[in-house]
Design a protein around this ligand. Structure first.
Ligand code: ADP
Ligand code: MG
Length: 250
């Protein structure tokens, strides 16, 4: 069975998409079979990896097509199911469900036969939405990227609160796998302090930080993973280290 990992923080711009792309690409390079799902209406995953398709997560969740028909290969071992504006419509439809529990399990239900991957990564939007609840209930693991500016801590606390609620749903075993500090400036005292705080709140669950590295942003505009665009950069080094941690941290 795949490890299904939601990448989430209730704050925009904390490196969720950057982490899904470069963790996914790194796992794929290591030989694992990886599927990335874009749960964000902005649809940045496909744009980043230069991939288009006629259907995506929205069509799957609305029951129009089987997930297999929406899977599009992006790289060797790395497939995507794309996000789009249509996810906003899905959100509206989910609120109309008479049974809220069923509404939160649509993704879980529609994806249940997609088992031929080692990893399924979900790039969540930062809104606390039905879509996000669907991602959390489908996943069995959670990775939280936290940019090391202080405000990002608020996002983490919200995620913790939500996790407590999620934990109350019977039969759901979502595990916090890692908190990933991103955009980290080692020479800034503030960043070192935030790192210490994270290590205090999430003992043993904090990954080595991803340093701030402009090559990561440039890679997106070149439609490449960091290993393709700048394999010797800090960004590539840090994400490769994260890949190792995830591979060995079941
Ligand atoms: N480690 C990093 N160093 C420098 N820039 C980064 C880093 N991680 C992400 N970025 C940039 O920060 C912005 C937000 O990142 P993104 O992954 O899109 O966040 P999110 O998906 O959480 O909204 C993007 O422009 C991205 O290129
Ligand atoms: Mg994003």
């Amino acid at each position: 069975m795949p490890r299904i990992i939601s990448v989430l923080n209730y704050k925009g711009g904390t490196g969720k998409t950057t982490t899904v792309v470069n963790l996914g690409a790194g796992l794929a390079l290591s030989g694992a079979r990886v599927l990335c799902l874009d749960m964000d209406p902005q649809g940045s995953l496909g744009t980043w990896l230069g991939v288009r398709h006629t259907c995506g997560v929205a069509d799957v969740m609305l029951g129009y097509v089987a997930p297999e028909a929406c899977i599009v290969p992006a790289r060797e071992n790395l497939d995507l199911i794309l996000g789009s504006q249509a996810l906003v419509h899905v959100e509206g439809q989910l609120w109309k469900f008479p049974d809220e529990r069923a509404a939160r399990r649509v993704l879980h239900h529609t994806m249940k036969n997609v088992n031929s991957y080692d990893y399924i990564l979900l790039d969540c939007s930062h809104s606390i939405s039905m879509l996000t609840h669907n991602a959390l209930l489908y996943a069995n693991e959670l990775i939280i990227p936290v940019s090391t500016d202080y405000l990002a801590m608020l996002g983490v606390r919200q995620v913790i609160d939500t996790l407590k609620n999620i934990g109350r749903i019977p039969d759901h075993n979502l595990k916090l796998t890692l908190v990933v500090p991103t955009m980290y400036y080692e020479r800034l005292r503030k960043d070192r302090e935030v790192l210490q705080l994270l290590e205090h709140y999430f003992r043993g669950k904090v990954a080595a930080p991803i340093r701030a590295n402009v090559k990561l942003a440039e890679a997106a505009s070149r439609q490449q993973s960091i290993y393709e665009y700048a394999p010797d950069s800090y960004g590539a080094l840090d994400y490769a280290r994260l890949v190792e941690r995830v591979l060995h941290n079941g």
